[in-house]
Design a protein around this ligand. Sequence first.
Ligand SMILES: CC(C)(COP(=O)(O)OP(=O)(O)OC[C@H]1O[C@@H](n2cnc3c(N)ncnc32)[C@H](O)[C@@H]1OP(=O)(O)O)[C@@H](O)C(=O)NCCC(=O)NCCSC(=O)CCCCC(=O)O
Length: 334
Amino acid sequence: MVETGMKGVGGSVCPSPVGNKSPNSGAEKSPEEPKVQFKQDLKSVLVTSVLNLEELDVDLYRGTHHWVPRTQRLFGGQIVGQALVAAAKSVNDNLYAHSLHCYFVRAGDPKVPVLYQVERTRNGRSFTVRSVKAIQHGQPILICQASFQMIQPSPLEHQFTMPVVPQPEDLSTVEELIRIHLSKPDLAEKLRQGLNKLLANEVPIEIKPVQPKLFSNFFKAVPKKLFWVRARGYIGEGNMKLHCCVAAYVSDYAFLDTALLPSPKYRAQFSASLDHAMWFHTTFRSDEWMLYECESPWAGGCRGLVQGRLWRRDGVLAVSCSQEGVLRVKLSKL
Ligand SMILES: CC(C)(COP(=O)(O)OP(=O)(O)OC[C@H]1O[C@@H](n2cnc3c(N)ncnc32)[C@H](O)[C@@H]1OP(=O)(O)O)[C@@H](O)C(=O)NCCC(=O)NCCSC(=O)CCCCC(=O)O
């Protein structure tokens, strides 16, 4: 794993301890307060496998796959998460990722592992930069630059306000929503097959949509969506570097399709993320519910731009993300 031990990161936005507490936590419990859901004590596969890179040589690592999207190209979030693990292994313990910028230059092949080659670009007094190349078949599939900083508290602080939404305990998971659809006797056979395939997915992320109907992509809507998200399984407190790598994995999921929301008459024939950028603002736990606020300010030229914010439950903005993806669409038959 990246590093072990209890470490904080950032702290400039909110010097609160690691963890995503509900806005009411610490206060006396009111009868309306939702019950806290405890996770199974099963370690997240993201920690035990996906982000657990094998060290082959100095600054050279190998990563394997767990879940592969139906497109049969490697999941972008997996490659970014693994690249960040590789980069983080070469920086001092007192440095934490504050941003990364990646280009997906070739489709990842799920049949072979990915090699991660780290270049120690610069070690500064406060900031340290690493460049990582993800390689398959001797060619780069991703180029990534990650910047790390030592903790530097600052009086300069502000953040947007978290949207007010229902708490995850009051919402259904994607799987629960799919099962409700599947129980409808008049469901078209093609849709039933598609939903069953989705259920068989072993994506190591749990999602609770705030507006479930937007997840079906059948309704015209402004290009904004909100969902609660967390890593499946337990990761635990204390390894902020690892939580950032898991957030990198999570942040690419269900992100780009925000750009399709205003155009339900089209469906993506070919979609793939072209680039992905992240900014880590403060401490959080990626195995606890975070609100992912996604919006697409623009689409055109067979591309879509999406921007996202990952909020801790206590209203602290933890991570910001941006991505442009290629979106080639065709008229939807449904
Ligand atoms: C394909 C990328 C983006 C670059 O494209 P291009 O330079 O065009 O590459 P080619 O290899 O020449 O073409 C690829 C593919 O596209 C077809 N193509 C190209 N141009 C056109 C055109 N003008 N009109 C129609 N079709 C065109 C071309 O024929 C090829 O089709 P194919 O033969 O059927 O393959 C390239 O840079 C790339 O692949 N980059 C990697 C992108 C990537 O893998 N990103 C990460 C994965 S995406 C992801 O994980 C999203 C999350 C999914 C999970 C979820 O939310 O559910």
